[in-house]
Design a binder for this molecule. Sequence first.
Ligand SMILES: [Fe+2]
Ligand SMILES: [Fe+2]
Length: 321
Amino acid sequence: MPTQYPDILFQQKINKEIKIEPKDWMPEAYRKTNIRQISQHAHSEIVGMLPEGNWISRAPTLKRKAILIAKVQDEAGHGLYLYSAAETLGITRDEMIDDLHCGKAKYSSIFNYPSLTWADMGAIGWLVDGAAILNQVALCRTSYGPYARALVRICKEESFHQRQGFETLLVLSQGTVDQKAMCQDAINRWWWPSLMMFGPKDSESTNNDMGIKWKIKRKTNDELRQNFVDMAAEQVKVLGMSLPDPALQWNEANKKYDFGELNWDEFWKVVKGNGPCNKQRLAARVKAHEDGAWVREAAVAYQRKRKAAVRSSFGEAKEAV
Ligand SMILES: [Fe+2]
Ligand SMILES: [Fe+2]
């Protein structure tokens, strides 16, 4: 194949399931799509720490507190792997952080909803991490190598998150009348925003076509949303709770659940920055970044000192010879 057709060679590699690596030739749009998707994913992990971090100091027991701290810490780790994966495409960490802080880069809208009760820790783990897993398991086979490899570890940790969330709800669902009501209330509030995590309908998504052709995405938004509904509709029975959708019904002919229409006005409102907590979340991120400036400065100063020490000991060694 003549090398003047790198785009054809590129597509052949994708078709043969050969991973694309940082130094390989790639179409500019492929690079940009991956930068957008991976950095957006990284931002979601970091902003996602906020609604749960909010409950660390109010966890009901020491055991619950330890589990929640571990979970929130995992999300920070996910952010770090993903920022590193995005950096291999030629964008710097500072550029990505700036894009987030100025509102240019998006993160998952789900984190613009408030976490009002302890049961929200369960609902977030079960539904939000559950929806994230479906997206991410499909992405473990994504065509860009560093992203696919980062996702393997992330998925293992996400499945722990989902189970801990479900177990938190299970305990509440077997508790007092108030605890049961709190459990149902959290499910009611998180259900529809979780379905929105899969993005717009396929018919309205602008990123689906190329994403599928380049195997960046492996399943469409609608397919993943359906998988999620089918999973949650069964699991909620174990909790003895219900999902807040009167249209939810098993369809024997299609072998899947039918479900009601999402509130797309609300979806677009939150995406465009006008959800219940958009401003609060971004302000918390900017503050954390500013408050952490001294840590970054100290790390740079320490590294400079170490390098100077190595240089001077090298100089002394040379003089001795
Ligand atoms: Fe995560
Ligand atoms: Fe998670």
